[in-house]
Design a protein around this ligand. Sequence first.
Ligand SMILES: [Fe+2]
Ligand SMILES: [Fe+2]
Length: 301
Amino acid sequence: MTTRTPSPPRPPAAVAQRLLRASATRSYDPDKDIDWEVRAPDDAWFVPPELVSLYGTALWDRMDTRQRVELSRQELASYMSMGYWVELLVLRMFSRHLTSLAPTDPRGHYALTELGDETRHMKMFGRCLSVLGCPVYRLPGSVRRLFPLGDPLFQGLTTFAATLVGEEVLDHFQRALLADERVHPLVRQICRIHVAEEARHVSFARTELRDAVGRASRRRLACHRELTGLAASLIVPGLLDPGLYANAGLDPVRARREAGRNPHHREFRLRSGAKLVAFLQDVGMIIPAQHHWWRRAGLMR
Ligand SMILES: [Fe+2]
Ligand SMILES: [Fe+2]
């Protein structure tokens, strides 16, 4: 029996060139490529019921369909608000990263292309919240306070690893929404565009991260493992704002407690981070000393 040796990773500049060509061939303008007036059936969900944080709990069993759909609308609003804010943090981290690259570097050209994608995505998320009459949830206070302090330290490794946390966890969620015919057609259109463009972002961030890890000193790597774990422990739980339960007419304390203990929801969260965690372990960005952060993020057992 022959064993195949994995091919060596492609050089980052070659990956950037490939992604630039792919972006030129297939990019979207949400103002033109989305039907913002699409009609939804009266019984449309905003998140598939099985992915709502209370699905399968005693509280869920006592809710009627109208309340369950409203909870799904609040959860969509929370995910989409957080998507908006996380992309704003990506813009900031990438802008800083660009200061270390020459204007002629294709890796910088792709980073600029990604910035362009993210500005369109932010507008798309914001407009969707507005069209659906959803509340806007704020970035968690912990992130608002800590990010400006940590941002100067994120250079290279945490820039790309933290970007991957937001992108891969949301990507898993959005793939489930776009494939589900019970979900509001406007939401599915948005997820389809976002998933298509984010696939390139994930490819870029993974390539850049692997390259940066290969060049990092042991001390620097140890520092960035901690920063990335901390970032994940704040970003992922922040996807569901605790205020959404009261907005859905539920007892916020009980709802939050049941959602936190809900094995169904915990399994979903673990699945959403499985590929990301495997990749970060493979490149050496997660070792046992950081497992506590990743458990706090809900992405590890
Ligand atoms: Fe995006
Ligand atoms: Fe992205």
